[in-house]
Design a protein around this ligand. Sequence first.
Ligand code: FES
Length: 405
Amino acid sequence: MKYNYDKSALKGLSIMPFLNQVKTRNKMIEAASDEMPQSIFNVNRVAAALHPAWQHVKIAKVTDHGDAKSYLLIADKEKGTEKLAYFRASQYVSVELNIDGALVNKPYTIRSNPADALGAGSSYTLTVKLTNPAYASKHILDNWKEGDSLSISGPLGDFYYQELRDAKHVVALAGGSGITPFYSMAAAIVDGIEDFDMTILYGSRSSDGILLKEEIEELAERSKGRVKVVHILSHEEKEGYEHGFITAELIKKYAPEGDYSVFMCGPRAMYDFEDGEMAKLGLPKRRVRKEMSGDYLGVEKNPDYQAPQEQEFKLTVDIRGQKQTVACKAGESLLWAMERAGIAAPSRCRSGECGWCHSRLVSGKYFCPKETDGRRLADEKFGWIHPCCTFPLSDIEIYVYPIVR
Ligand code: FES
């Protein structure tokens, strides 16, 4: 076939550079240095800034709330952290603790405004309340003071508002210190970082023990009607407060007409109760979200758990060929047993979500509650476990990856 097109635009162009292309390229390769290029791809720079494995922080201020304290954390530049990573409102960081030789990582919600992480004065605020089990919170409340240095993870967790998935109005169910993620969301709404409306149903025992009461009400006032707070007291009847638990009827009373999402954060007993209330409301599954980070307690109450006869098992931990055998009680997670024995085992969420503790089962039987089993089917098939929510049913051996710094 003959093409009839105008070739005049090509006049004056030499074909030689094209013919010499390979020769020229080989020359450039020969002339190049053998050293690895020192530049870092921008995408890697951004990833390192947003998702650091570790951040070094100092406690700049401690605020006492009675049975809880708030800690203002700033970047510890002397240890190499120039500024703190940005986060989504209601994410958490995992805090590294050494409690009498036990090496523990515990997740705590960043309860401040994400905007506080930006700029020169980059900071997070963590609010820690004495909780059950108290080993970590008591250690923090008794020991942390201004000027202390800490190692914390980058921000983690997916308990945040997702415009594509969640309704435009969130009904937030908070129990006790479970107010912290909603505090962060409220601050983000007031600041214009987040764009949704939120009604917080905040359950406390009595009116004199409401954590961050004035602070959250002040945010609600500044929100121009976008954030509302309703207090519910379980152990006191008082004018201006609802009484009892956060029931389906109460949710209906304060939820908007039409579509809404329910977000909840509180103790496991609250989730068990609210599961029944959600069924009464008939909300689709995608409209109900729970903050899951933290230890799975009371495995013996799980209907699928068959309590073993023995009270204690041997747990053998292999880290790069170095084996240690430690005691693991029935009903306690493999992670707890390792931590108690002073083994530095990786973890973040402690609830089967993040995969940070991913380890290989060498031998033994175990139980993993369905609600914390975040493994893929292939993980289970090929013997991978999450020690944070794996409970022994026999002596057990696992291969654990070392903590990466
Ligand atoms: S610590 Fe997150 S899955 Fe185990």
